[in-house]
Design a protein around this ligand. Sequence first.
Ligand SMILES: CC[C@@H](C(=O)O)C(=O)SCCNC(=O)CCNC(=O)[C@H](O)C(C)(C)COP(=O)(O)OP(=O)(O)OC[C@H]1O[C@@H](n2cnc3c(N)ncnc32)[C@H](O)[C@@H]1OP(=O)(O)O
Ligand SMILES: [Co+2]
Length: 134
Amino acid sequence: MIGRLNHVAIAVPDLDAACAQYRGALGAVVGAPQDEPDHGVTVVFVELPNTKIEFLYPLGDNSPITGFLEKNPAGGIHHICYEVDDIMAARDRLQAEGARVLGSGEPKIGAHGKLVLFLHPKDFNGCLIELEEA
Ligand SMILES: CC[C@@H](C(=O)O)C(=O)SCCNC(=O)CCNC(=O)[C@H](O)C(C)(C)COP(=O)(O)OP(=O)(O)OC[C@H]1O[C@@H](n2cnc3c(N)ncnc32)[C@H](O)[C@@H]1OP(=O)(O)O
Ligand SMILES: [Co+2]
């Protein structure tokens, strides 16, 4: 069911420093910061030849990454995002298998303007999974 790896997300305590490091030391193509108020984060995408890195920084009072950064003050890998062809079919199949879809259970528009949803990390080997409709 899952297809391409769309992105690996890294929660960072200092967005400017992370961008400067990837642009400078790693020589990467780093995009502009994008506020995502519906998701409580500011994101920056780093373009790689075969996938993307998504930097995440908290936005607003109820960011879903605040707790993660409190536990991991230096930052860390927060989630991985797989593409699926049909997100509703994917959701229904996963729920039928007992996986917990986070939030309301309804997909939301993500950073690429496409539908996304999240699966609880405790149901997937300690790794938070985002699904994005291709
Ligand atoms: C910009 C849009 C979009 C895109 O298009 O790319 C994005 O990427 S938005 C990214 C941010 N949004 C989300 O992460 C939404 C889904 N996340 C959540 O609903 C919550 O973050 C969470 C996963 C339910 C965690 O909530 P939180 O309140 O921080 O923690 P808990 O105390 O409830 O955690 C329970 C348990 O899970 C562990 N945990 C938490 N986060 C992660 C994580 N990212 N990866 C792995 N494990 C995680 C946490 O440590 C707790 O474990 P125990 O301590 O063992 O109980
Ligand atoms: Co993401």
